[in-house]
Unconditional design. Structure first.
Length: 334
């Protein structure tokens, strides 16, 4: 199992520049500690998560790191032109000297995204899958012609081509069609912090029934803080967890109301929970022994490829201490 860091570019102090450069400090420290990967999320229209221009942030990370692999977690493909994404991804792979990992998702539950990017929520998954099919052709083929429901091109070749022969691809999905798409193409899977262990096990089992080899590339993101005591760790992480819980509950409630008003299929919250206690219990938060036990459980149940840790204090110094404690007292025991 590889260890990664998960980057949300939080802005708890309402200071954008500080938020951006504190995240860069965490990534550089993760590289110094020998972490294998850094994954950057995409968020829009929020003053709390400052990563709308994910690939710009990653281009900067490419310049200030040298060994850690850089992953998109994830490009919300339904809101982007896939031709532009293909050009940007190929360019970024060259910038980071072939260290790129390409994660994609449909996005949600964020109703403002669908509204302002003029993409109905009912189309997001289909757009993501079609966009990914086109991007794969554009990255590695020439004179690409494509005629889909949403995207088309005629004898198109993009430049530059990626530095890697094949950029590793990861799909954040729990739907049957998304799992089938990932399995058919031997793409890896991604799991976010609110996804329960039963949901993740079900997703992996469905994947492995179709493709027995590719699902070992499972990237699992989890909120993280290892403290000297369990109570200290929970106390330090709770403000972050509470902020996340409130935001996600509001978003999912709005999305369910929008779906009901539009007579659409409701947002599926099966085995997803945004309650504070649930999030803490399903995260890597606690003392050294608790964190070891929880990581071991995820390993045993899911056969993880990467565990991406999301530092969950609002204090940079304490997050740096937590990463160091993980490296010294947890990492070699799991």
């Amino acid at each position: 199992m590889k260890t990664g860091i998960f980057c949300n570019y939080e802005n708890p102090h309402q200071d954008a520049r500080r938020a951006i450069f504190e995240q860069i400090t965490l990534v550089k420290q993760a590289e110094n500690l020998g972490f294998a990967e850094a994954w950057v999320s995409e968020h829009h229209f929020t003053e709390f998560n400052l990563s709308p221009s994910m690939l710009v942030l990653m281009a900067h990370l490419a310049g200030v790191t040298s060994t850690i692999r850089l992953g998109t977690a994830a490009v919300l493909l339904a809101f982007h032109n896939p031709i532009t994404v293909a050009e940007d991804i190929a360019t970024l792979d060259n910038l980071c000297n072939g260290r790129l990992l390409f994660g994609v998702a449909k996005g949600g539950p964020f109703p403002q995204h669908n509204k302002h990017f003029a993409t109905p929520a009912s189309e997001s998954r289909a757009r993501m899958l079609e966009a990914m099919a086109l991007i794969q052709k554009l990255l590695y083929e020439k004179d690409v012609s494509f005629s889909g429901q949403y995207y088309q091109c005629d004898r198109l070749t993009i430049y530059p081509k990626p530095l890697q022969e094949k950029i590793p691809v990861y799909v954040a999905t729990g739907s049957d069609d998304g799992i089938e798409f990932a399995a058919k193409n031997s793409f890896g899977l991604m799991g976010g912090p609110p996804f329960s262990l039963p949901r993740l096990k079900d997703t992996v089992a469905k994947y492995r029934a179709l493709n027995s080899s590719g699902a070992d590339n499972l990237m699992l993101a989890r909120f993280f803080y290892v403290g000297k005591t369990y109570d200290e760790a929970v106390s330090e992480a709770l403000p972050f967890i509470r902020k996340f819980s409130e935001k996600m509950k509001a978003n999912s409630s709005q999305l369910m109301q929008t779906s009901a008003n539009a007579n659409q299929k409701p947002f599926d919250r099966t085995n997803i929970c945004f309650d504070e206690d649930y999030l803490i219990e399903n995260s890597i938060i606690g003392d050294v022994e608790t964190c070891r036990d929880r990581i071991k459980k995820f390993q045993d149940e899911l056969n993880l490829g990467t565990l991406a840790l999301k530092p969950s204090s609002f204090d940079l110094r304490k997050n740096l201490e937590s990463l160091t404690r993980y490296n010294q007292e947890v990492r070699n025991y799991v």
